[in-house]
Design a protein. Sequence first.
Length: 329
Amino acid sequence: MIQVQNILITGANGYLGAQMSRHLASKGHRVTALCYPEAPKDTDWCELMEEVIVGSVAERKTIDVLKKRSFDAVIHLVSMDHHQSQTVTPEVAASVNVQPCWMLLDAFKDRGLKTFLYFSTIHVYGVLQNDLITEKQPLNPGNIYALTHAMCEQICDYYNHTTNMNCLTVRLSNSYGHPVFTENNCWWLAVNDLCRTAFTEKKVRLLSDGSPVRDFIHGSDVCEAVELLCEKAPKTTNRNTYHISSAKTYTLLELAGFVKEEYEEMYGETIPVCTPNAEDVSDFGQFSDRARYQIDNSALKALGFVPKCEIREGIRRMFIYFEKNLPHA
C-alpha cells in the first residue's frame, strides 16, 4: 500500500518529466505537472494529473502560483541541454539551470515540504576514469552544463542542512527509451538514435568508431528509482546524493551490435552497422578488453532499487514504439 503524496514536477512535459508524471500519477500519487510553454495535447495524460499548470519556473509569477499550493515532494527537472548551455551567455545559463532551483527551494523552505529532488547529471564528474564511480567522487565539471548542475547541488546541500526539507540530488547516467509525446526531443540519445536509424534506414549508423563507454538505464527504471527515493530516502545532514544508473557499461559498438541483433530477430532482415570509417562492422567486441568505469548504484539499491529493463528489452520496446508511430523503411 503506497502512501499517496502530493507531488510537483517541473518540466513535466519534457522527455523525462512526461514519463515520470505519468508513472507517479498511475501509481496513485496526486501529480501537479508544471509545463512550458504550453500544456500537452494528450488528453489521457492530462487527465491523469491532479493539475496541469502552464508557466516558466524561471519566472517569479510562476513561483508565486506554486507557493499557493501544498506539496509533499518537488521533483525539479528543468534545465537546458549540453549544447544549449554552451551556446548562451552565463546570465541565460544561470537563469534557466540555476536560478529556478534556488527559487523553488527558497519558496518551499517553510511550507512543510518533505522532499526536494533535484536532477543533476553524471557529467559533474568530468571525464570518468576507469574505476568504480561512487557518489563521493570529487566533482570536476568540464562544461557549462555540468558546472550549473554542480552549482545547484551546492544549493541543495545548503537547504538540506539549514531546513527540515530532505533535499536529494540525483546524478543520472544515460537514460533512454521512447518518449511519451512525439514532440519530445530525445533522438540525440545514443540508444534512441541507433534504434531509429535501424528502423527508418535499415542500418545502424555510429558517429564514432564505437569505442566510447556508457552506462544506459531505461526511463521506466528511472521512474521507479524516483518513486523509491520519494518514499524511502532518509534525511541526513551529509550530502544526500544518489546515482541512478544500471551499474553496467557497454561500448557504443557493443550497443550497436545489440540493436542490429534485435532488429534482425524481430524483422527477419539483415542490416549493417556503419562507422565513419567502415560500411559494415562485424566485430562488435573489438573494444571489449578495454578497462571501463562502473557507476555505482549501491546507495539506491540499499533502498530496494533493482533495474528491471535490460538493454535488449529496452531496444525491443523502442522498435515496438516505432511500429506504432513511424513508417517502416
